[in-house]
Design a protein. Sequence first.
Length: 111
Amino acid sequence: MGERGYLGEFELMVILTVVYLGEEAYGVPIVRELERRRGRGVAVGSVYAALERLETKGLVASRWGDPTPERGGKARRYFAVTRQGMRTIRETRQILSDLWRKVPQVEGEHA
């Protein structure tokens, strides 16, 4: 999967959420969407840590928005998936799809 390495499960969820949210991909909406999809709480710090790792790997880029009056003048940090990030997402999807096709069906059995 390229020279940047493996995407962990949580990193994959975060980067896919950034793609899904598009222009509105900043901290609070990312956390809320992950919580909604997972059906449980998500630590804000873990989301930002994953975003930092993804940015270090060159898979997402961030930019600061304009300060907003309703937030006391604090600027939001927006995230977008890079071209390399999209390539990594596609490669990850292909690898996981291939692996799932090879897993024998275990319907009705308990692990």
